[in-house]
Design a protein around this ligand. Structure first.
Ligand code: SAM
Ligand code: DTB
Ligand code: SF4
Length: 317
């Protein structure tokens, strides 16, 4: 591992300057810094499972699981422990090293909290890394999850502070920052990123990356999602994003947060091999692996395996 110094004082001007580089220069710099921090041609595989789907009280404009919109998803209450364990065993058998459990809650209900702690212990016992995304936490909940052995907590800032209120009205940016603070204080690794392609400006993308990079500690994992436009949500007809602008966002991330693992998260199903390859070149070294994300489609396993083979990429184990 390199002795690169990490900074949490990135200015807007500095990030703007990175965005303005010729794309090939930006890609070269991103790949160069990535190589100082991580093994080459190696990728971490995480598999997602929605453990509680739909009927969420929040109004996130991108989300098929919000109870505010009429979308075609199969809603269900919290899955029983055996069903989650079976899915985790299957994920491990297919080479995932991390099992990420997502729930459509504003925050996890106290009535099922013990069940959630049990889930962490059971998945850890399978020798998988664990990640959960359950909405807002208080400090005591974060500490209990940490004691149960939870490795990562996913809680995204999603976009810039300025654009946030255009996307979500039922909570504030500050609420997200608070949960991240509790997760860090409890000693759980932070998985925090966002969504590109929601109609935000480049300025918003810059402000969003600045927020991530200037957190008291860089998130250990940074998922960058490309919006999956979902019929029935307010963002269903969002304008198409220039794929090269998406690559720029990916490439700036390792320059600001060189030791963070950058995940190419939602949206791969509609990306060509070439765009994904550019994202790997720009510093992506993690993906969601499995044919569904939480409710939306993800590439078939054979498709990903074939792409890795052609690129000479190895899955980390
Ligand atoms: N309810 C919890 C929360 O919001 O923190 C956890 C689940 S929520 C579905 C996790 C993340 O999924 C969101 O923060 C967002 O970044 C991502 N996401 C949801 N819908 C998406 C979509 N249509 N396209 C891309 N990313 C999406
Ligand atoms: C993240 O940043 N992306 C994942 C995970 N964290 C929880 C979720 C993507 C959801 C895409 C839409 C769906 O499957 O419903
Ligand atoms: Fe609920 Fe999370 Fe979807 Fe927002 S993103 S509606 S909090 S499941």
């Amino acid at each position: 591992m390199s002795k690169l110094s990490l900074r949490q004082d990135w200015t807007i001007q500095e990030i703007e300057d990175l965005f303005s580089l010729p794309l090939i220069d930006l890609l070269f710099r991103a790949q160069s810094i990535h190589r100082q921090c991580f093994p080459n041609n190696a990728i971490q595989l995480s598999t997602l499972l929605s453990i509680k789907t739909g009927a969420c009280p929040e109004d996130c404009a991108y989300c098929p699981q919000s109870g505010h919109y009429n979308t075609k998803i199969q809603k269900h209450e919290l899955l029983d422990i055996e069903a989650v364990k079976t899915a985790a065993i299957a994920a491990k058998a297919k080479s995932a090293t991390r099992f990420c459990m997502g729930a459509a809650w504003r925050s996890p209900p106290q009535a099922v909290f013990k069940q959630l702690l049990m889930l962490v212990k059971i998945i850890k016992a399978l020798d998988l890394e664990t990640c959960m995304t359950l909405g807002m936490l208080n400090l005591s909940q974060a500490q209990q999850l940490s004691e149960a052995g939870l490795d990562y907590y996913n809680h995204n800032l999603d976009t810039s502070p300025e654009y946030y209120a255009r996307i979500i009205t039922t909570r504030h940016y500050e609420d997200r920052l608070k949960t991240l603070e509790y997760v860090r204080a409890a000693g759980i690794k932070v998985c925090c990123g966002g969504i590109i392609g929601m109609g935000e400006s480049r300025e918003d993308r810059i402000h969003f990356l600045q927020q991530l990079a200037n957190l008291p500690q860089h998130p250990q994992s940074v998922p960058i999602n490309r919006l999956i436009p979902i019929k029935g949500t307010p963002l269903a007809l969002s304008p198409t994003l220039d794929p090269l602008e998406f690559v720029r966002v990916i490439a700036v991330a390792p320059l600001l947060m060189p030791k963070s693992v950058i995940r190419l998260a939602a949206g791969r199903e509609t990306m060509g091999d070439e765009l994904q390859t550019l994202c790997f070149f720009a510093g992506v070294n993690s993906i969601f692996y499995g044919e569904v994300l939480l409710t939306a489609k993800n590439p078939k396993l054979e498709f990903d395996q074939n792409l890795f083979k052609r690129l000479g990429i190895q899955a980390l184990n």
